[in-house]
Design a protein around this ligand. Structure first.
Ligand SMILES: Nc1ncnc2c1ncn2[C@@H]1O[C@H](COP(=O)(O)OP(=O)(O)OP(=O)(O)O)[C@@H](O)[C@H]1O
Ligand SMILES: [Mg+2]
Length: 228
């Protein structure tokens, strides 16, 4: 089943938030999700452990496996095993450049590079895409601009966005800064659970996550048809 790796060597770009948002919406469609936490910070593992400990997410089809302690070259085996366990596999990687992320990307069907609209993030985005071009030829990827305001964009941000879109394949949607996204990690919930608990408005957050998920799945399918 398809494997999507979230890669960005800059910390705090929104990798884990994106991983959770995509998993949330796939789960909401009734699909099973196997997440591999390849980050030694273990943000996803902690999210999952707390959920299990507090009895949250009963009936949720999201499983998280700790891949942070594996040897770099063993992530490929973990991915291969996960492929038979769920309908979507999501790998969350560390905010540093490392071989484990490169190996995970190599064995993925798709890579998303989340980035904020800042010069510092942009530099690391180019570094991450260079790594993909050199080491993971043939793996489709796109940059996702994250943590943007919903309305006003500064001229500097707008110019950085335009620069990214000119240089690299970029999602038409941006992942705005929204309370609903923050609530997923704060309350250890999926977006649908945040909505059900009335903790934040989730309509916009869910629409964006659904659009990104749909684009990823459709591009994976198109790629498979091309290679068939
Ligand atoms: N779209 C968003 N809306 C609101 N808050 C966000 C959004 N994206 C990220 N955040 C917040 O920003 C912080 C960093 O995000 P996150 O942990 O997802 O980044 P990361 O790339 O996984 O970081 P690291 O490299 O440390 O793993 C978190 O507190 C998260 O809740
Ligand atoms: Mg993270």
């Amino acid at each position: 089943m398809p494997v999507v790796t979230i890669a960005q060597s800059k910390g705090g770009a929104g990798k884990t938030t994106l991983a959770l948002a995509l998993a949330s919406e796939f789960d909401a469609l009734g699909g099973t999700v196997h997440m591999l936490d390849a980050d030694r910070q273990n943000s996803l593992m902690n999210w999952h452990r707390d959920r299990e400990a507090s009895g949250k997410g009963e009936g949720s089809r999201i499983v998280v496996e700790d891949a942070s302690q594996l040897r770099d070259a063993d992530i490929g085996n973990a991915i291969a095993n996960a492929r038979s366990r769920a309908q979507l596999i999501i790998v969350d990687s560390e905010g540093t450049s490392n071989f484990k992320t490169a190996y995970a990307a190599m064995d993925s069907d798709y890579v998303v590079i989340p980035t904020r609209s800042s010069r510092l993030d942009l530099e690391r985005t180019v570094e991450t895409s260079d790594m993909l071009e050199r080491m993971c030829r043939g793996v489709a990827y796109r940059v996702l601009i994250t943590q943007t305001g919903q309305v006003a964009r500064s001229k500097a941000e707008w110019e950085i966005d335009a620069q990214i879109a000119r240089a690299l394949p970029t999602f038409p949607d941006q992942m705005h800064t929204l309370d609903a996204y923050r609530a997923m990690s704060n309350f250890r919930l999926t977006l649908a659970e945040v909505e059900a608990a009335g903790l934040a408005r989730t309509d916009k957050a869910r629409r964006i996550a659904q659009a990104i998920l749909a684009q990823i799945l459709s591009e994976i399918q198109t790629g498979e048809r091309r290679n068939a």
